[in-house]
Design a protein around this ligand. Structure first.
Ligand code: SAH
Length: 477
């Protein structure tokens, strides 16, 4: 081991920082958040330092460094751009056995500041011992995605209950099991949903329930914390295909899943992000190509959740935009299954961006509407889709281009309105076909456009010709 890792308690303890620029400022901010009493030595300080000093958080103790300023300090930071001065600070600190960090000069440091993931009171620190600070930073970024902020909430709750937990689970293995089940149970879920009072109450219930003063040894291990009776369902919008468009929350849900139920539209690249040993069920395959027996999917979700599993229901784009997410949560609610929802980037937003089409534009479009070409039969025809200065994004529209065009004409859209069809939006094979409404059917046929494809109608659609940046160049013939 190159370096010994420690977490230092600096609350109310003096620390000296030499330097008043932006680099010093970053270190100072960290020291202040740990509650250190900060002495700053610098001829000039940044505006933020100025604020800290004015607010009494830091003390501007001198313009020039003097060894005596180190007396009474617990640690020191040299963060000036003068290497010789930094070396003097380091030498003086060493002489006094005060830990010192010299910014950008590991050879002079007696302590280093790690990259951190701050979920206070949970703190994860990463270091390569100066070997490759950039690698530590990259590691930190990865870890950052794994722990959402509810870990901090949870750690805070547990801090409060620490004594009771120790009392209730005296042995280390029992305590370990308790913590493990806690991460899967209602306390964590409520913390993640930011329902603090309920999370607290659930923790209290957990500690009060099934307790026996006669000692845990009488209870078989497996009975201490059986899986929660019901699991939960997370409805995840996985975006249009590019795995880079998956949100951090979606990634976390995929990482924690026991069972993943996904549609055909969810790209394999996205599913690759999921936990390896999660069971995957392609509900698109199960239900066949034609009618979607939503009831069958609902029953499957219910059955898995009732086994105590964490079910992740993954949908293309966003679950609440032509994704039947509303129906699924109604069903879950009626059956008392807990759910949470992770929004996704819907096809219209993503396809427009990847084709260079601003859906609204001060000059061309003041509003945007998401519509589907499929309608329930009971709906009356002829409720106008059009409005001046509006962009219309039509989902599931290209399969029946002719009736769609006719309806758009009937609704008052003009023959020369520009359209853009984005097929396989955000995927490497993305194609964009441009034209005017009069040419829609002919273009769809000429280019053999297939699902998934999105139709964008309105003046902004024409901007793809000049703004495009992703994959194949748009075609307009
Ligand atoms: N919930 C999804 C939409 C499901 S409806 C969402 O929010 O995006 C299915 C329709 O979405 C497809 O017929 C197509 O019109 C559109 N779509 C989904 N992914 C797409 C993609 N990668 N490229 C183009 N259109 C897409």
């Amino acid at each position: 081991m190159n370096l010994f890792p420690i977490f230092a308690n600096l609350a109310g303890r003096r620390a000296l920082i030499v330097g008043g620029g932006v680099v010093a400022e970053r270190k100072a901010a960290l020291l202040l958040s740990a509650g250190a009493q900060l002495d700053v030595v610098a001829a000039d300080v940044t505006a933020l330092f100025g604020k800290w000093i004015a607010a009494g958080k830091a003390r501007h103790c001198a313009e020039a460094f003097d060894e005596q300023q180190l007396d009474g300090c617990w640690l020191a930071v040299a963060a000036t751009d003068d290497r010789r001065l930094n070396a003097r600070v380091a030498a003086a600190a060493n002489a006094r056995r005060i830990f010192v960090n010299v910014v950008d000069d590991p050879s002079l440091c007696t302590f280093q500041v790690p990259s951190i993931v701050d979920r206070s009171p949970l703190m994860i620190a990463v270091s390569t011992g100066g070997a490759a600070p950039m690698l530590a930073r990259l590691a930190r970024e990865r870890i950052e995605t794994l722990f959402d902020h509810s870990w901090g909430t949870l750690a805070g709750l547990l801090e409060r209950a620490r004594a009771r937990i120790r009392e209730r689970y005296a042995s280390l293995p029992a305590r370990r099991r308790f913590y493990e089940t806690l991460l899967r149970g209602p306390v964590m879920r409520l913390a993640a949903a930011r329902r603090f009072d309920e999370a607290n109450a659930a923790l209290d219930a957990e500690l009060a329930g099934s307790s026996s003063s006669s000692g845990e040894s009488q209870i078989p291990d497996s009975d201490l914390h059986p899986l929660p009776e019901n699991g939960s369902v997370t409805l995840v919008g996985a975006g249009p295909g590019d795995p880079g468009l998956v949100t951090l929350n979606a990634l976390r849900a995929l990482n924690e899943a026991d069972v993943i139920l996904h549609d055909r539209l969810v790209s394999p690249d996205v599913l690759d992000l999921a936990r390896r040993d999660a069971e995957r069920i392609d509900v698109g395959k199960i239900v066949g190509k034609h009618h979607t027996p939503q009831a069958q999917i609902n029953e499957l979700m219910l059955a898995e959740a009732r086994k105590g599993k964490r079910v992740v229901r993954v949908k293309g784009g966003d679950a609440f935009i032509f994704g039947r997410g509303g129906e699924e949560i109604e069903f879950l609610r009626e059956h008392g299954i807990r759910y949470s929802i992770v929004p996704g980037i819907t096809a219209a937003i993503a396809c427009a961006a990847y084709a260079g089409i601003p859906l609204t534009h001060r000059d061309y479009a003041q509003s945007v509407r998401f519509a589907t070409a499929h309608r329930r039969r009971s709906e009356s025809d002829g409720d106008a889709l059009t409005a001046a200065g509006e962009t219309l994004a039509i989902y599931m529209g290209v399969a029946e281009a002719a009736p769609l065009r006719d309806r758009l004409f009937a609704d008052g859209w003009l023959a020369d309105t520009p359209f853009a069809i984005v097929e396989n939006g955000t995927r490497p094979e993305q194609r964009v076909v441009l034209g005017t409404l009069a040419e829609l059917v002919e273009r769809v046929q000429a280019h053999d456009v297939h699902a998934p494809a999105l139709l964008i109608l309105g003046a902004v659609a024409a901007l793809a010709a000049q703004n495009h940046w992703f994959a194949a160049t748009p075609v307009d013939k």
